[in-house]
Design a protein around this ligand. Sequence first.
Ligand code: SF4
Length: 345
Amino acid sequence: MATPSLRADASTLVEVTDLHVEFPTREGVVHAVRGVSFAIREGETLGIVGESGSGKSVSSQAMLRILPRPGRISRGSIRWHQRLPDGAVRATEITELGDRSSQMNALRRREMSLIMQEPMSALSPVHTIGNQIVERLRLGGSMTRAEARLKAIDLMRSVGIPNPEKRIDAYTFELSGGMRQRAMIAMAIGNAPRLLIADEPTTAVDVTIQAQVIRLLQSLQDSLRMSILIITHDLGVVATLAHRIAVMYRGEIVELGPVRDILKDPRHPYTQGLLRSVASLETSDEDSVATIPGVVPHPFEVVPGCPFHPRCSAFMPGVCDRVAPERTRLAPDREVRCHIYQSRA
Ligand code: SF4
């Protein structure tokens, strides 16, 4: 039986357990997510870190039920916890809902929102920013167009867009990259979601805008008390923003725990390698840049045992290349998937 995610408790907003996502193709089945488990609490930020193809974005697409075809959830549970006005909690099993069911649409409209990496692909070039925010607000069902326009101006101001009364009638191509990113965030928070999923929100912007976006997300979280799931390949971003980190490699969470603990004392050899490469990039000696040897195996390649073993400096022959490690709990809020710790547990 699948082990539940760490510390699901009364404050848990969403609980993902043993999630598997696959993409059947003519060449074979790509197992993009393999047995991922985590929980996000109310008001918490969880950062998912990993290289391209590690399954971090696919996991969030499964939560929103917006997997690109032919992706499908083949196993597992995604339980959404909705707090009712009388204080009771109603759990909804997202994996049992249809992608386009009214219940799933309502969850996407009112409870979860997505900020994508590239605003130009998320925003329409033929509608004004204002119209796009207004339409999104009106999906909530209770606002007139005039009310939604006033609210859109407020939202644009709250995300730091100067002169929103004028900019509301601008088209995306008339705004800078940073302003487009802010407009997309305004659209995403319009209906006060309980969970904001930010998928590489700072990848397409320069470092100055990156710092502004991070500060903006922090202040919005404080004022709206929402939870954030931030997906990134950038450990610096999660270090600033997240309370906990899940490190993903080839569709699995290999290490999960509080951000400070993992940054100070990473346990999984892959996390250690990631941190070493960041540390060496911060030094001025270009010749000493540390990298993780090898490359992520091709998605169709079947790797027996631990998926990281072809690249791991701590590889134990006969064990790591034969048996897949289980999750080992190191502390109440910390776990790792590696034989080194399994044998000590
Ligand atoms: Fe390395 Fe073995 Fe741990 Fe995998 S299980 S990370 S190969 S030591």
